[in-house]
Design a protein around this ligand. Sequence first.
Ligand code: HEC
Ligand code: HEC
Length: 172
Amino acid sequence: MQNSAWRLRRATGSIASPGNRAVMMEEVMKKFLLIVLSVAFMSVDAGVIARAEVATLRGANPLDAAAKQFDRRQQETIDGNFKRSWKQQPPTIPHKIEKDEINLQVNTCLRCHGAANYKKEKAPKVGDSHFIAADGTKSDKLDMRRYTCDQCHAPQQKVEPLIGNTFRTVKQ
Ligand code: HEC
Ligand code: HEC
């Protein structure tokens, strides 16, 4: 505290008598309070604006009440592939993946889809694009940006869209 009062005095450039110092401290405190208050008002403003513009998927469900329970739906699986909606879409996964693991030690997806095993496992090989590095160079090793498969490839469920939309599959 002593240290910071000293620093304030240094900043304002006046070395003062005790009376003078009290007046100065009062001025400093006033300015400080003003800054604190205006920052507080600014964040209240921003909060109100943000709330007015961003719609919530949670709807009218209050934050402190339990969220609406959704029916647990079965994952869809088929023999072969699901149709893609457009050419570069990451194909959705047509088989169960509950037992698969992707972490630092293992990636069980690669045991079937990796370049080394796909023929033996009769699985489609990971896309050609998965071997191209960020700088455009091709290699025979999977690019690490593609390591977390389920970041792009997802299993499918038969569900209604959460929000109505006019999306149509590209004609192929
Ligand atoms: C036991 C082997 C095996 C494992 C493990 C496996 N897959 Fe598959 N996967 C297949 C086979 C075989 C197919 C071909 C479709 C079929 O017969 O189910 C396939 C199909 C796919 C397809 C569809 C490809 C297309 O062109 O439509 C995707 C995507 C896929 N798998 C992703 C994954 C991901 C991601 C993982 C890990 C979470 C994984 N797979 C784990 C064997 C496997
Ligand atoms: C960054 C997103 C991304 C990641 C991560 C990713 N993929 Fe893909 N994958 C795609 C896209 C997009 C396609 C379709 C275009 C293509 O073939 O490159 C695809 C295609 C595929 C196909 C079909 C290939 C074909 O020729 O039909 C398989 C199988 C596949 N990926 C498996 C995997 C596996 C297994 C992993 C994890 C090791 C993985 N992918 C990681 C985006 C991704």
